[in-house]
Design a protein around this ligand. Structure first.
Ligand code: NZQ
Ligand code: ZN
Length: 395
């Protein structure tokens, strides 16, 4: 295991009624005028908006609203937020929503403290957004579990006419605090709830499938969280208001990327499934978690065949996460992939890229774009040809 630094600067207020700390905690962070940002209006329908306003009023906090942040958020929303924040003299940002709203607000938080275009702040050759030297204080109220943005230092923003997904990554982007009330996720439509589940699982797998460096604590904890996700997701399908299931899925979302804790001391995998998945979202505005479910089995089979020396990791995954009893590593690994495909069917993910509306003639461009910033993967390195093979297998 390599050396590492572990620090999570975000305080999580988890559970029913935690919204009650909102006003006093914003004030304790020095906030007096809040930029209140949200998405397309779900919070107005389910009552979360009214609760938030009540809390801000109770604490005598002024606020300015930024609404309409769309899924796969575009840079224009963040630019609008930066303008509003500056013009109206805000000193705190409150993001209420899913990963898209949270990510747009992270770009706002960094952008208002930067004297130049926010597009300068994407991850550069150093591996992080090195031009970020300050960020406005940000808190989040999570309404949908999945991305882990509520406890991590990343943001994914769509830019340009080709809808390229770009990443901001910096410790200053961690929210100061996040309010995680599982009841707020009761109204998330089934499709988005399950896409969120697929996203959580993929974050765990992207950190699991790296060369074995005896990071046993990280891997065993990771397997445990994966098992919880597999067990709890069907309960949400059966009853969207199952508090314990919603609570466990929400905390799994937050834990999966908190401080990249399951990757500590391990070689960095470049998140290949996310690299390819983002291109599907760019081209088809496809829901993030769905892209990952579509690609993962094909990526696993490709990697098992291209780098058979890593088969024991896939066999361990099958045995420890899916309780596969097979003794032969290759057979166990394949059974693990089949069981994962069965799980994706249970949570109603589309079975193939074709079924999800992807056109065969686009596969080559998707492969090319996925590697335009460099090769992906670590167990098996993926250039354009390998990505195309994976896309064809998933088609
Ligand atoms: O916009 P509203 O009206 O709020 O509706 C949203 C949206 O339509 C709805 N929703 C959210 N909470 C709801 C609700 N509907 C009813 N009741 C509620 N309580 O759900 C829809 C999807 O929301 P969105 O925020 O787009 O989903 P998600 O949380 O999956 O975020 C996806 C974005 O996060 C990025 C993705 O690339 C994508 O752009 N990611 C961010 C990461 C990070 N910051 O670390 C990592 C991830 O891998 C991911 O890339
Ligand atoms: Zn993701």
């Amino acid at each position: 295991m390599d050396n590492f630094i572990y620090s999570i600067p975000t305080t999580a207020y988890f559970g029913k009624g935690q919204i009650n700390i909102l006003g006093e905690t914003i004030k304790a962070q020095g906030g007096s005028k809040v930029l209140l940002a949200y998405g397309g209006g779900s919070i107005k329908k389910n009552g979360i908006y009214d609760t938030v306003i009540e809390q801000l009023d109770k604490a005598d906090l002024a606020y300015v609203e930024l609404s309409g942040i769309q899924p796969n958020p575009r840079i224009e929303s963040s630019q609008e937020g930066i303008k509003l924040y500056r013009q109206r003299g805000c000193d705190f940002i409150l993001a209420v929503g899913g990963g898209s709203t949270l990510d747009a607000c992270k770009a706002i938080a960094a952008g208002v403290k930067y004297d130049g275009p926010v597009t300068d702040l994407f991850v550069d050759e150093s591996g992080i957004s090195s031009k970020i030297v300050a960020a406005a204080p940000l808190a989040t109220i999570l309404t949908m579990a999945g991305t882990g943005s509520e406890m991590d230092m990343g943001a994914v923003i769509t830019v340009g006419e080709d809808h390229k997904k770009k990443v901001l990554l910096h410790p200053l982007l961690n929210p100061r605090f996040s309010i995680l009330d599982p009841e707020y996720t009761y109204t998330v439509p089934e499709y988005h709830s399950m896409a969120g589940v697929a996203d959580i699982l993929c974050h765990l797998m992207e950190q699991y499938f790296t060369p074995d460096v005896a990071a046993k604590v990280q891997d065993r904890m990771n397997e445990g969280v994966m098992k919880v996700v597999l067990e709890e997701a069907p309960k949400i399908l059966a009853n969207p208001q199952d508090y314990e299931a919603r609570a466990n899925i929400m905390w799994a979302s937050s834990m999966a990327l908190a401080g990249f804790q399951f990757l500590l001391g391990k070689p960095s995998p470049t998140f290949p499934l996310h690299g390819i998945g983002h291109e599907l979202s760019s081209m088809y505005d496809m829901t993030h978690g769905v892209t990952l479910a579509l690609l993962t089995p094909a990526w696993m089979r490709h990697t098992m065949s291209a780098a058979p020396e890593h088969l024991p990791i896939f066999a361990r995954f099958a045995r420890n996460v899916f309780d596969v009893r097979e003794k032969d590593d290759a057979k166990a690994a394949e059974e693990g992939v089949t069981r994962l495909e069965e799980f994706y069917a249970v949570i109603k993910m589309p079975a193939s890229l074709r079924e999800a509306g992807v056109k065969e003639e686009d596969l080559e461009v998707i492969a090319e774009k996925a590697v335009e910033d460099g090769q992906l993967g670590i167990l098996a390195v993926l250039g354009k040809d390998e990505v195309l093979q994976i896309l064809r297998a998933a088609f």
